[in-house]
Ligand binder design. Structure first.
Ligand code: NAD
Length: 532
């Protein structure tokens, strides 16, 4: 792709993510990616915990096992939760203005370490550095939102609801809350959660993805440097065992989960059964609907960037294109040209637009999905399976792939492939395109490309999807809105960050108050009290 195209990740908010960046004082062993053993972070210190189980941390660009991560036991989880519960008792008493000051200090530190965090993300996830930087900056925006916590936690007050009686409400933290996060945004997705939870007065236990765990360690150090008391932010590394430990722990009050749909369902069911508040965000199949009246070059540029950016491993990546009427053939040809031009390379290569996928297992799954699509009768327009990156032949690379003439009955359409694969479906009308989008069980994001305000308005009103872009392919809401899909893309009733995040991490108290010396108060009555 041309340079100006590659500069656009298709994000709605690239232009607003303009925080300055300076590299400073990086912790040894973390700035250039993980080396050795990635431990937990409990009570303000690294610890291996009691578990002897270890998982591999790969370098997706080289295929090498570059580190190991501790896979925590239930005892490790218990230690982290007990530590957080103890820290919560004093953290909840810290004034909201003091908490805001720590958030501001954390904001400055994250801003200073954007490049350090991005390098760690690239080393373990594989995405190109500019993309990794973008993810950190989007996480930073949530920290900035949380800096306004004194304003966000203001309660309500009603004077004189009855003679001499006032009514008011305010919100309090829940206690120990847990975050369980996926590999694809190892900084941003946890930052959807912990800055708001902590600003609200909770203590936090993070269980990051075991595939790219190291960024969370640097984040923990930055919280400590910002003045957060030890024990308020903890990291337990691990897999299902650690997750189950959190879901079943009696002292965990709430769980925020982001990951694939089957695990999101499991987390929602299990943690709800154990009496916790749960928000569980799942997988996606995000459609871009393209009408014939759209600027098709603009649409093709943005769909290409949104489909292949981060090797298609974004929950808001466009993975299905629905062309309407005469847009079909022209758009497919434009997508073909752009797909073959995408520059694939290692994440640290400044000229690369797309890096490897996260593991060899992921690469094999994606390759098999392309093969299946072809066997099901789809037309393979661009085949990325044979792609090799010179000098990195063992890296986990798959090139951009494009399948046309796909139908809703095909597995290549139904499954979340989570790789650089775009499938194209054809519809005759906007109504038919909307039917296709709505019949899909996922409902995370969707976009329409059109020159018609009327068509866009019909689309935004009729689609059963949580986040909608109009000529914007990746409509990730700003931090001061809330992020969440519909249907199989979210279990639970609160979205993450923004106002719904504050609501999720707090609970309300409503107070009715009077002071008996006030003149004119009525006598105690045996009937149910009413105002007057
Ligand atoms: P994943 O579901 O495999 O893992 C997510 C988390 O769950 C990880 O911390 C992992 O350790 C844990 N986990 C995995 N298997 C488990 C099990 N059997 N029991 C308990 N816990 C388990 O997801 P992933 O591969 O890391 O991430 C990619 C997925 O996340 C995609 O489906 C993507 O769409 C989704 N995602 C969704 C959003 C969203 O906002 N809806 C955002 C990012 C990613």
């Amino acid at each position: 792709m041309s340079t100006n195209q590659s500069a656009s990740t298709g994000s709605a908010t690239d232009a607003t993510s303009a925080a300055g960046v300076a590299t400073a004082n990086t912790s040894p062993g973390t700035a250039d990616g993980a080396r050795g053993l990635v431990e937990h972070w409990i009570a303000g210190s690294p610890t291996p915990g009691s578990s002897t189980r270890r998982g591999p941390v790969w370098n997706p660009a080289t295929g090498e096992r570059q580190a190991e991560v501790v896979l925590g036991s239930r005892a490790d989880v218990d230690l982290a939760v007990q530590t957080a519960a103890k820290a919560f008792e004093s953290w909840r008493e810290v004034s909201v203005t003091r908490r805001a000051k720590i958030l501001f200090a954390f904001r400055e530190l994250v801003d200073r370490h954007v490049d350090d965090l991005a390098r760690i993300v690239t080393a373990e996830h594989g995405k190109v550095l500019s993309d990794a930087r973008g993810e950190v900056l989007r996480g930073l925006e949530v920290v900035e939102f949380a800096c306004g916590i004194p304003q966000l936690l203001k309660g309500e007050f009603s004077d004189q609801v009855s003679t001499g009686v006032d009514a008011y409400s305010f919100r309090q933290p829940l206690g120990v809350v847990a975050g369980i996060t996926p590999f694809n945004f190892p900084v941003m997705v946890p930052m959807w959660m912990h800055p708001i939870a902590i600003a609200c007065g909770n203590a936090f236990v993070l269980k990051p993805s075991e595939r790219d765990p190291s960024a969370s360690r640097l984040v923990a150090e930055l919280w400590q440097q910002a003045g957060l008391p030890d024990g308020v932010f903890n990291v337990v590394n691990g897999d299902k065992e650690a997750v189950d430990g959190l879901l079943e722990h009696p002292d965990v009050a709430a769980v925020s989960f982001v990951g694939s749909t089957p695990i999101a369902k499991y987390v929602h069911e299990t943690a709800t059964r154990t009496g916790k508040r749960v928000q569980a965000l799942g997988g996606a199949k995000n459609h871009a609907v393209v009408l014939p009246d759209a600027d098709l070059d603009f649409a093709a540029d943005h769909i290409t960037a949104a489909g292949y950016g981060s090797a298609g491993q974004r929950c808001m990546a466009i993975s299905a294109v629905v062309t309407v009427g005469s847009a079909g053939d022209t758009l497919v040809e434009k997508l073909r040209q752009r797909a073959i031009d995408v520059r694939v390379g290692v994440g640290t290569d400044d000229s690369a637009e797309m890096g490897p996928v996260v593991t060899d297992q992921a690469r094999e799954r994606i390759v098999a999905a392309i093969q299946n699509g072809q066997s099901e009768g789809a037309a393979l327009v661009v085949d990325g399976r044979g792609l090799r990156v010179e000098g990195h032949e063992s890296g986990f690379f798959v090139g951009p792939s494009l399948l046309d003439k796909v139908t809703p009955a095909m597995r290549v359409y139904q499954d979340e492939i989570f790789g650089p694969v775009l499938v194209v479906l054809r519809a005759d009308t906007l109504a038919e395109a909307i039917e296709i989008v709505n019949a899909n069980p996922f409902g995370n994001g969707t976009a329409i490309f059109t020159g018609s305000g009327e068509a866009a308005r019909t689309f935004q009103r009729k689609v059963t999807v949580g986040m909608i872009g109009i000529n914007v392919p990746i409509p990730v809401p700003m931090a001061f809105y809330s992020f969440g899909g519909w249907k199989d893309s979210l279990f639970g009733d609160r979205h993450v960050h923004g106002p719904e995040g504050v609501g999720f991490y707090t609970r309300a108290k409503a107070v009715t108050s009077r002071w008996p010396h006030v003149e004119g108060l009525s006598d105690a009555a045996f009937h149910f009290p009413s105002s007057g």
